[in-house]
Design a binder for this molecule. Sequence first.
Ligand SMILES: N[C@@H](CC=O)C(=O)O
Length: 305
Amino acid sequence: MTTTSYDPRGVTVATTLAFKEDSSESSGLAVDYDRFAAHCTWLVENGCHGIGPNGSLGEYSSLTDDERRKVVQTAVQAVGGRASVIAGVHAPGWHQAQRWAEYAGEDGADAILLLPPTLYRANDDEVIEHYARVAEVGLPIMAYNNPIDTKIDLSPETLARLAEIPEVVAVKEFSCDVRRVLEIQERCDIAVVAGADDVLFESLVDGAVGWFAGFPNAFPGESVEIYDLVMAGKFADARELYRNLVAVFRWDTRTEFVQAIKLVIDIGGHSYGGPTRPPRGPLSREHEVGVRADAARAIEYLASR
Ligand SMILES: N[C@@H](CC=O)C(=O)O
């Protein structure tokens, strides 16, 4: 039985995580909780409906257990009930994911985001078991379909099985196949959430009820504006705004998405981006030039409106 209610509608930010130089850390970078809290506050003040810490964009795999838990606690405290917090509880197996889910519940998260087992190619029965076991914790679950990174596809058929678990209330769809949005709705009664920025408009028009991805980190107000326009049926206005941002949004589905999104946050004049923690290195010169050019065009358009 779920212990909290959770509404997946609106714009949820897969938050980046700020680091600061610290020579006592083996990586040379310590989590900057103050800057992360300020980032969450800024996102909520700009209208975002949800904060999603500890996703791949939040570099969860480079965090210690203590850091990972403190990131969720920081987000919950910064948000202060003004938006929902959906904590990433991704793990190689359900024993660990259950523990992260328990911490998320104790620390005040509203829901959890859960990938299939992360370190091997689980079959469908193992995937269902993974979700069912984590569901025992009682928090609402957004399943995360990211076959690009995990090599496991939560197909509409598999989602229909997952949807029989009452705690599984939504899916963050990152297959980037927009045909899925309608097909999932045909097969099961869970909310579809657009999980990638560069299929956002198409997904919302086809019935996705929310948007949970990366570029709202850099453009929170404009992201909420696109979302609200689509929900109000003002498709031409929404498409105009989306078309002028989509070139930079495409970095959300590229290998360097974390570095790219952090750079665009910083280009926008906010200091919440900064470096990534190893093993992620800096952008190559070529990629940096590309990100800067796409961001400049987006910012120029926004300034001209
Ligand atoms: N893949 C990212 C979100 C991308 O939009 C994450 O899981 O944090």
